[in-house]
Structures are given as structure tokens and as C-alpha cells.
Design a protein around this ligand. Sequence first.
Ligand code: TXA
Ligand code: MG
Length: 310
Amino acid sequence: MSPANPRILPYGEAALGEAAALIRSGACVAVPTETVYGLAADATDSDAVAGIYAAKGRPSFNPLIVHVADMDQAETIARLDAEARALAARFWPGPLTMVLPLAEGSPVASLVTAGLPTVALRMPDHRAMQGLIHASGRPLAAPSANASGGISPTRAAHVAASLAGRIPLVIDDGATSAGLESTIVESATHRILRPGPITAEQLPGYGSGSTPGAVTAPGQLASHYAPSKPVRLNALTAADGEWLIGFGDVEGDDTLSATGDLREAAARLFDALHRADASDRPAIAIAPVPQHGLGAAIRDRLARAAHPRN
Ligand code: TXA
Ligand code: MG
């Protein structure tokens, strides 16, 4: 693959047709969802899924999220009990991922689940990802479309920069609206495994907290979202050499939201981290963000961004 890759095609019939042909041939394609851009491959084809891990340079013990277009497709892949159906009725299509037992005869490649008896499933609310699932006729495994350990992409240009030379095509449909990866829940145990755009307040009876068996959410590696520079949290002013990302009253070189709006902050978060990483300053400082509502997910990602890369 030449360094000029990936090609970036605007969303439309032509892009979907070309992307679907690539998916059916076992290749990976980057496609936007309402959360972040995903790197999609046929979830039923283990070679194709291996291509995702290869392109990202991702540790192979990290299981991937499978994206479906409708409930029928969901039921062929996983077993949904009454609680899971209720969550689906309320939040799908949308940024909620459920960890569910695999259905009998589930067509999902075991590489997708990293051999677990469960699968992480979601129905995205985005015309490009929905269109690609329909056009390819396949459930699509898709982690965020960035090199492992990098910042999650909310624009086609982020994908192209992070995965240059490693994938053939990005479908460009502008900036993503939520800007943060989906909330992950285990409906059977009422646990929130990863905070995200669907907040704890919207999931009454669900407790946040990591899983007892560490391997059940291995994607929660502490350094998953790290920029390449040191990150200092809860900063009210910039120290020498720091690029300050503000919030609310804390003004900076950039701001997550000048009005203190958490939804705007979530949508701008990874963009702001990309700009900070690209600036000429050697370090990044970030203003305090409150813990309530979407703030929980934003702070989770910031804590990971601040954790040194290994
Ligand atoms: O918003 C999103 O969810 C994006 C877009 C592209 O849809 N996708 C995404 O996928 O964030 P990924 O692969 O980066 O996140 C996978 C997460 C990891 O934290 C992983 O541990 C968890 O899902 N996961 C996957 N399968 C699991 C399972 N069977 N049990 C527990 N956690 C699982
Ligand atoms: Mg990711």
C-alpha cells in the first residue's frame, strides 16, 4: 500500500459501494459513527478481523465491538434477555454497547471476542455505518480507527494521519456528533464497563465499576487514549511550555466548551487533544471538568490521556 493511502471519499452511494466491496473482499475500511470513526471489517471473517488488529497494531487480547443494523441481525449474534431488549428499545440505534452471551451458532469470528463466551454489540445511529452494514450485508467489527494507544478519531483527517499507509479507504461524513466511544454495559449484572455518551443517570440501577475478572474489559488499558506529550489534569493556568485546554471559566489556548456545556465538551474532546498534540508546546494541561452526567465519561478519557504510554 502506498503512503498516499488511505483514499478519503465523501459519504454517498459511490463511497458505500466501494467500501462494501472492500469489506466483502476481507479488507478494513474506516467509517464514521455517531461516536468516533471506526475501523470496520466483516465480523464473520477471522482474516478480515485480523486485518483490524494488524492495521491498529492492537494487542490481540482486546475484544472488539460488533455493529448491527437491526434487531434480527443482533439476535443471530447474541442472546438478548428481557433486560437487554428493554435497553435496546430505549437506546438503539445509539451509543450504547451491550456485552451479551453469544447466540448458539453465532457467526462472529472468535478473534472478535478474543475467545470470550460473550460479545459486545451495538446498533449505531449513523447513516454511513448503517449504510455500510446494509451494503456489505455483514455485521461489522469496528474499534476506533486509530493506531493502538493513539487518540480516538472524530474526523476523517485524524484517521488518515493515524493509519496512513495501513488502510485503503476512509468514508468522510464530517465530524462525529458524540465524540466519545459508546457506553458499554453488561446488562446481566447491571454494570457500566465503560462510561460514555449514555450517562449513568440515564441507566438507573446500573453501577459503574470495573469488572472483577480483569480480562472481561481488557480494552480499558490505562494508556488507551494517550497523546504523545505529558498531560496535566485539573489545571487552572498554563505552566511554562504547556498548551492549556480550557473549560468554562478557565480560558486556554483552546477550550472544550467556553460555556461549560458537557455535551459540547465531549464532542470536542479528542479534537482538542489532537490540536494540543500538534501544537509547538512540549506539554498539555487541561482544565477541571465536573464529574456529573457526561463529565464522568470525559474525565475517564482524560485520566487515560494523562497516563504515560508504555
Ligand atoms: O463508540 C464505539 O464504541 C466505537 C465505535 C467505532 O463504534 N467502537 C469502539 O470499539 O470503541 P473498541 O473496540 O475500541 O472498544 C471495545 C471495548 C473494549 O473496552 C473492550 O474491552 C470491550 O469493548 N469489549 C469488547 N468485547 C467485550 C466482551 N466480550 N466483554 C467485555 N468487554 C468487551
Ligand atoms: Mg479506541
